[in-house]
Ligand binder design. Structure first.
Ligand code: BV8
Ligand code: ZN
Length: 247
């Protein structure tokens, strides 16, 4: 795979790289993306229709069971070469900030140390009523399990459609998108706001924007470099091209 010498120079000279990721980065770990059709029991539902507070209030057991199904899928998932290359980048560039839309926790598992989880983390639970955090492994016959403090229903610690992002997360992500030397946009269809605006902030601030995706996306025109391919294949080759002597 050939890489533009300008891109390799950008990597060599970068002191701080922002890496914005979506579900495509976890696809090679076996986790279906949001664009992938839901399977089996969940085939008749659209993710956008289940990942809302309204759906939870209307049918808490179904929404809770959908998250249990996704957690079961994710339990078996391991970081893939894309996650590992992004974690390794921290040892090649002064600072790397991962800004992820994913809720699977795989960037942390791969060793990335600065991760902003814009849409929360599926492994966390909290009370839908009093918001008190709950233990991750809840063994309870009730579906959804109940809060130990107010007996309210537990919900997953993710941001649903119509809910605000975690306090400060978007502001921090925007500030980093506008100040990092390079902004990598990897494995996202860039359709969900307000996260999808981050690549535009980066480009508007004169940053180098790099898009890595096997498909065309809404933001290809914002990127100076578009690398058409799977993240797990492109990223290791890009690191090898930029730092051939690395161990
Ligand atoms: C908010 C957690 C306000 C939950 C998620 C109309 C127009 C515009 C916007 C809106 C609108 N109506 C409503 C909105 C706002 C709404 C929104 O954007 N809706 C969309 C559907 C239009 N946004 C919100 O509601 C947000 N909140 O606006 O709040 C507010 C403000 C103050 C106070 C109160 C309220 C909250 C959005 C967060 C929703 N939660 N996740 C859960 O997981 O269950 S979003 C969820 O979907 C993911 O986290 C992710 O963000 C998104 C999916 O996007 P991607 O990650 O990009 O994944 P996708 O499948 O789309 O694409 C995969 C890509 O990977 C593809 O491009 C594919 O080609 C590529 N790929 C595949 N394989 C590979 C690969 N790439 C590389 N390598 C590979 N191997
Ligand atoms: Zn409670």
């Amino acid at each position: 795979m050939h890489f533009d010498p300008g891109l390799l120079d950008t990597l060599h000279n970068a002191r701080h790289i922002a890496v914005f990721t979506g579900a495509g980065v976890s696809a090679e770990s076996g986790i279906p993306t949001f664009r992938d059709a839901q399977t089996g029991l969940w085939a008749k539902y659209r993710a956008e229709d289940l990942a809302t507070p309204q759906a939870f209030m209307r049918d808490p057991a179904t929404v809770w069971n959908w998250y249990q199904w996704r957690r079961d899928l994710m339990h078996a998932a391991l970081p893939n070469p894309a996650h590992r290359a992004i974690a390794e980048l921290e040892h090649l560039v002064g600072r790397v900030t991962v800004i992820t839309q994913n809720v699977d926790g795989l960037h942390n598992s791969a060793g990335s140390t600065e991760v902003i989880e814009l849409h929360g983390n599926i492994w966390n639970n909290l009370c839908f009523s009093c918001k008190h955090p709950a233990a991750q492994a809840v063994d309870s016959s009730a579906v959804p399990p109940r809060c130990a403090y107010c007996n309210g229903m537990l919900r997953p610690g993710v941001v649903w459609f119509g809910e605000a992002l975690p306090a400060g997360a978007l502001e921090q992500a925007a500030e980093i998108s506008e100040s990092a030397d390079a902004f990598f946009c990897i494995g996202t269809s860039s359709l969900v706001e307000p996260a999808a605006s981050l690549p535009r902030y980066a480009r508007a601030s004169g940053r180098t924007v790099v898009q890595i995706n096997p498909q065309a996306t809404a933001h290809d025109d914002i990127a100076q470099h578009v690398l058409r391919g799977k993240a797990g294949e492109v990223l290791p080759k890009l690191l090898q091209a930029a730092w051939p002597g690395r161990s």
